[in-house]
Ligand binder design. Structure first.
Ligand SMILES: *Cc1c(COP(=O)(O)O)cnc(C)c1O
Length: 339
């Protein structure tokens, strides 16, 4: 099966497994796992920030970040398709006791002007205190589109003016970095905290990182423990992350090129009504109204291709390091054969 449901499905390569099994480990709850420490130091250096913390999942990294920036009763602003709101089990309410204001925008990207109109007047007891602005880059449910640094800068200026923290859900930030030719430090200096997933396109089996100042990460370290995310000989997993940062970043461009080919083919098919912009490794299309999602999925499965339905009549194809050029040919043939 060519599994395009997500980039989370990758398995460690033989070289990554070798790096994992050779890892020097210790008890990370005591701060004694040298491979975890090396990963955290490497990531902090890459992003030009003071500190990084290894997490078992991106969800936990995001939720801990939201927790350290807010108090119960505060309000979080995020895009209307945001993973932190839609796909983290209502964690913002559970862990942080915050309300959420969903900002409309283009493909999950909102503007500084929209942020400005949604910041509650402070000093008026009617309103929750707006405290945190969260950006997702790339935007998962909008087809993996990237944010413009110029818009992030306009939002940043507003946040400084209103004393709001900014968190970047960068589960696929490296896809944006590679697609745009930016550097990790371009993001490190613009946000209070950033989460990145090592277990998506980067191909590690488990793990995410939270990046930020020593003060923020000190608070995050405590909340990671409270949420049960303190791990022991986690260096075996951190070794996969270190390997991924070294060997699996530049190759993301291959995933983007493959996604672009499949996107271009989908755009020509009569049974596809709409295609989200294909900027990175995700392709999302809306089927024509008369076309049944289950029939398309069954046809693709029959040809050895798994895609994901992410809503009525909406399909997602995600490219990753277990999908090669020969697989793309199979996918293209399967798509063109559907009638
Ligand atoms: C995958 C993902 C996460 C984190 O997911 P985990 O499965 O918990 O690691 C967070 N944000 C976005 C946008 C994602 O796609």
């Amino acid at each position: 099966m060519i599994d395009l449901r997500s980039d989370t499905v990758t398995r460690p390569t033989p070289a990554m497994l070798q790096a994992m099994s050779a890892a020097r480990v210790g008890d990370d709850v005591y701060g004694e796992d040298e491979t975890v420490n090396a990963l955290q130091e490497r990531a902090a250096t890459l992003f030009g920030v003071e500190a990084a913390l290894f997490f078992p999942s991106g969800t936990m990294a995001n939720q801990v970040a939201i927790k350290i920036h807010t108090q119960p009763g505060d309000e979080v602003l995020c895009g209307e398709t945001a993973h932190i709101y839609r796909h983290e089990g209502g964690g913002i309410a559970v862990h942080s006791g915050c309300s959420v204001r969903l900002l409309p925008g283009s493909h999950g990207r909102y503007t500084a002007d929209t942020v400005r109109r949604n910041i509650n007047r402070s000093g008026d007891a009617h309103y929750p205190c707006t405290r945190l602005v969260a950006i997702e880059n790339t935007v998962n449910l909008a087809g993996g589109v990237c944010w413009d640094l110029a818009e992030i800068d306009r939002i940043r200026a507003l946040c400084v003016e209103h004393k709001l923290a900014m968190h970047l859900d960068g589960a696929r930030l490296y896809n944006a970095i590679v697609a745009r030719g930016d550097s990790p430090a371009d993001y490190g200096r613009r946000f209070e905290t950033i989460s990145i997933c090592l277990s998506k396109g980067l191909g590690a089996p488990v793990g995410s990182l939270l990046l930020g100042s020593r003060a923020h990460l000190g608070a995050a370290h405590r909340w990671r423990k409270i949420m049960g995310g303190g791990m022991r000989q986690a260096g075996y997993l951190a070794a996969a992350g270190l390997y991924a940062l070294e060997h699996h970043v530049a190759r993301l461009a291959l995933d983007h090129a493959r996604a672009a080919r499949v996107g271009a083919a989908l755009a020509t098919l009569p049974w596809v009504a709409e295609l989200a912009p294909v900027e990175t490794n995700i392709v999302i299309c809306r089927l024509a109204p008369a076309v049944a999602t289950e029939l398309v999925l069954a046809h693709l499965a029959g040809a050895g291709v798994q895609a994901l339905s992410i809503g009525e009549g909406v399909l997602r194809f995600v490219f990753h390091l277990d999908v090669g050029d020969e697989d793309v040919e199979v996918v293209l043939a399967a798509l063109r054969a559907y009638r």
